[in-house]
Design a protein around this ligand. Sequence first.
Ligand SMILES: [Zn+2]
Length: 99
Amino acid sequence: MTTSGNGRCPSCGEELRYRGQYPAVSRTDNETEVCSFCGQAEAFADFYGIPYPEWPIEGRAAYAAYLLDHGAQVNVLELEEKVADFVERGGVEPPSPAS
Ligand SMILES: [Zn+2]
């Protein structure tokens, strides 16, 4: 794996540890580490048949907007924020007891 030395994601330019999550390996070369958001954004790009944007794109919101502009049906940033919130709350919550 290739890790950029400055702790920044080479794709979006924001911190590599997106909300404390471990980096992902970019699909662009299966080598370079990107933040987990950009890893998901690349998966969405593949799903919708959208070419990856040139690096660096100016931030995660710009990446999400790029995907929406190119036909994505989901705002990947909103989705990833929900996932990060879920993880920060401790993941799976037990179902509330039926009463
Ligand atoms: Zn990134």
